[in-house]
Ligand binder design. Structure first.
Ligand SMILES: [Ca+2]
Ligand SMILES: [Ca+2]
Length: 249
């Protein structure tokens, strides 16, 4: 399938045992994603790998560590893509991902992706004035591939199931202060939790797709050797250490 490479900075397959609170980053960045509330792995509903993350709108989110500038979208090409299964819309908004401010002084609405009460998936920087929104209403109650692709400071596009649904110029106002991110809630604990399942949550530092329509992933992402974890499996299975019994003559 490919999809995990040097340009991947977060890769959550969410494939461990049911009710587990372990969310492992399978990119080579190795971020820590800490489950809060009762955010957990769920095997009842998944897109790939037999499990996904479930967030029940009360207290659930993942806190993802990062270094200063690592997740900064301002002036940089990026792709945020994931599979979303939502059954309704929030009263105001629900924050699918919120990027954190290192300074602590500007604590909200820097760069974020959210579901709105009006039925949109929205990406914005700062107040929301610099935003792009795509109608998600017809995608409820099914797994939908969501891709936000662009360059803050230039054009940002939203693709749903591989089809471009929105495109806009998003002005960059807050580059240089992003440090880590939060999945499922606002970074300032404002209580705007998602009520949805997520699977194959990936952040990349390139534009993964630039034309429409594109074929959505048919399987979970892997590295160039077909491993779901990059690049750790290289050390586990070095080519010269394959046991002779595994060879077929
Ligand atoms: Ca999965
Ligand atoms: Ca909960």
């Amino acid at each position: 399938m490919a999809g995990i490479d040097d340009d991947t900075i977060l890769m959550l397959h969410m494939n461990v045992a049911d009710t587990s609170t372990t969310f492992t980053d399978s990119s080579d960045s190795g971020h820590t994603a800490t489950a809060n509330g009762d955010a957990q792995i769920d095997t009842a509903l998944s897109k790939f790998g037999g499990a996904a993350g479930i967030f029940d709108a009360t207290g659930d989110f993942l806190e993802v560590t990062g270094s200063l500038g690592e997740f900064d979208l301002a002036g940089n090409n990026f792709t945020i893509d994931f599979w979303l299964y939502a059954t309704g819309f929030p009263a105001q908004f629900a924050r699918m991902i919120d990027f954190k401010d290192d300074s602590g002084s500007r604590v909200t609405n820097l760069q974020a992706v959210q579901l709105t009460s009006g039925g949109d998936i929205q990406f914005f920087e700062w107040t929301g004035g610099n935003s792009v929104s795509a109608s998600y209403s017809s995608f409820l109650n099914q797994w939908t591939h969501v891709a936000i692709v662009g360059d803050v400071g230039d054009t940002v596009k939203i693709y749903l199931d591989g089809v471009e649904k929105a495109s806009a110029t998003v002005t960059s106002e807050h580059g240089g202060i992003i440090n880590g991110c939060r999945i499922g809630e606002t970074m300032n604990n404002a209580g705007y939790f998602i009520n949805a399942s997520l699977d194959e949550f990936r952040i990349s530092t390139v534009k993964r797709w630039t034309s429409t329509p594109f074929t959505v992933p048919a399987a979970e992402y892997t590295d160039e050797r077909g491993n779901a974890v990059f690049p750790l499996n290289r050390s586990v299975y070095p080519i010269d250490k394959v046991p002779p019994a595994a060879l077929v003559w």
